[in-house]
Write a protein that binds this ligand. Structure first.
Ligand SMILES: Nc1ncnc2c1ncn2[C@@H]1O[C@H](COP(=O)(O)OP(=O)(O)OP(=O)(O)O)[C@@H](O)[C@H]1O
Length: 244
């Protein structure tokens, strides 16, 4: 479970986070939706202890991130940019390397790697170099790296950016499986349909604040509109920076 508690952060002239509070529960997919510049990435950077907030705190399964960063990070899996894979390694080497970076002894890392290769149905590509991989194969390798240490919480920042339709579908399927296994999945997006298709709960952000939260259906009801697109525009007060 992720808890964001009253986070504020000023970056230069910009109030990137303004008393931001929300939580993302286990066994649910939570979407952080907001236009460009809303503060989504800033919030995730604080959650990963890459950036210190001016006030407020982020918690991973009850552990305060800036007080116990090592423990907190062990509970987090960060989905990296699938286009940034190191191409000379095979998925098996890649995933094993990240397993050992997460502190697993060698034998355990090998075992965990095989398990994730099986569960993401990657055994046919496991020992090929990543160079020349399709988008879907890259995406699976990146995701395998993020979940090999079995973090309870999986964080994805704009995960479908640049992915083709097939890869996006594969990703959606995997995220649904992670939800079914009881993981907490939190992803940021400025693409409305993606959030609508996948999320149990949507945190709608604008200018560093939560402007509304709830299931897609609750947001429609809250806005008094009759579809999600109009609901989001009504709640944010503008359609600038949100993609359909
Ligand atoms: N390093 C930085 N220097 C200056 N301004 C920054 C920096 N990082 C973030 N900001 C500003 O903080 C605000 C929030 O940015 P952030 O990247 O968190 O938004 P976002 O919701 O992730 O947007 P996007 O969907 O465009 O990625 C923006 O106005 C941004 O310009």
């Amino acid at each position: 479970m992720i808890q964001i508690d009253n986070l504020s952060k000023r970056i230069g002239e910009v109030q990137a986070l303004d008393q931001l509070s929300f939580s993302a529960e286990d066994g649910q997919i939570t979407g952080l939706l907001g236009p460009n510049g809303a503060g989504k990435t800033t919030c995730l950077r604080v959650l990963f202890d890459l950036l210190k907030a001016d006030s407020g705190a982020a918690f991973v399964d009850g552990t305060q991130v800036d007080k116990e960063p090592v423990v907190a990070k062990q509970g987090l899996g960060l989905f990296p940019d699938p286009f940034g894979l190191y191409e000379r390694l095979t998925p098996r080497e890649y995933i094993e390397y990240f397993a050992s970076l997460n502190g697993m002894p060698r034998a355990h890392a090998k075992e965990a790697t095989q398990k994730v290769l099986d569960s993401l149905k990657m055994t046919d590509i496991a020992d090929r170099r990543c160079k020349g991989f399709s988008q879907g194969q890259r995406m699976k390798t990146a995701l395998a790296q993020a979940i090999v240490h079995q973090p309870k919480n999986i964080i994805l920042d704009e995960p479908t950016r640049g992915l083709d339709v097939m890869s996006t579908r594969v990703l959606r399927g995997i995220l649904s499986d992670l939800r079914a296994q009881g993981h907490c999945v939190l992803f940021s997006s400025h693409v409305m349909q993606e959030v609508a298709a996948l999320c149990d709960r949507v945190i709608l952000m604008s200018k560093g604040k939560v402007v509304a939260q709830g299931s897609p259906q609750e947001l429609i009801e809250l806005s008094g509109e009759n579809n999600l697109e109009d609901a989001f525009i009504r709640l944010i007060g503008s359609d600038e920076g949100i993609a359909a």
